[in-house]
Design a protein around this ligand. Structure first.
Ligand code: COA
Length: 160
């Protein structure tokens, strides 16, 4: 594995913004204001993947999620193009789901554009299922799948 995960730190902000601008089309990528807003919400969780070895420290991707009681929400997952299909997205998602479950989250939702083939394949691969389509969710003209997954709760130690 040429990357490792850690929690977001405020000094990552500008890099996260640049990665997000590169990952999504104009109008769908977040403004700095929106990104800051999501990161500052109570119950928000942001994990970053950074390189180990020669490129030590360079950010390869990140995931922002939000937890509110039993409901979790994936705000965004962004992996730099050069680092895709190497398991970075999977590692970010698995760690996020683990943390959300520990926080008591049972259901995780998200939206993804119906024309985002990589995104849809990624979510399906990880057990997310479409519960419907929001017409014109992005920019009033791009449809989005509403996707959903039920998490398994972490096992509690058996009591005697
Ligand atoms: C979607 C995204 C996060 C996937 O990240 P990643 O690090 O490349 O994902 P992984 O390497 O962990 O892929 C896991 C599995 O997802 C599926 N998958 C990922 N990208 C895929 C693609 N382009 N085509 C088909 N399946 C894909 C595959 O099943 C893959 O397993 P495999 O490589 O063994 O076949 C990444 O493509 C990305 O950041 N895209 C731009 C932003 C975006 O669209 N985010 C999701 C929408 S909310």
């Amino acid at each position: 594995m040429e990357f490792t995960l850690r929690d977001y730190s405020p000094s990552d902000f500008e890099t996260l913004y640049e990665i997000d601008q590169a990952c999504y089309p104009r109008g769908i990528a977040y403004s700095r204001r929106m990104l800051r807003w999501y990161l500052s919400q109570r119950g928000s969780l942001c994990i970053v993947a950074h390189a180990t070895g020669a490129a030590e420290g360079a950010l390869q991707g990140f995931l922002i999620a939000h937890a509110s009681r039993a409901e979790g929400y994936i705000v965004t997952i962004d992996v730099q193009e050069a680092h895709r299909r190497s398991g970075v997205g999977t590692a970010l998602l698995q760690e996020t789901e683990r943390r959300l479950a520990k926080m008591g989250v049972r259901y995780v939702g998200l939206q993804t554009a119906t024309n985002n083939e990589a995104g849809v394949a990624f979510w399906v691969r990880h057990g997310y299922r479409s519960t419907g389509v929001s017409r014109g969710y992005y920019l009033g003209r791009i449809d989005a799948y509403e996707m959903f997954k039920e998490l398994h709760q972490p096992r509690r130690p058996a009591t005697a």
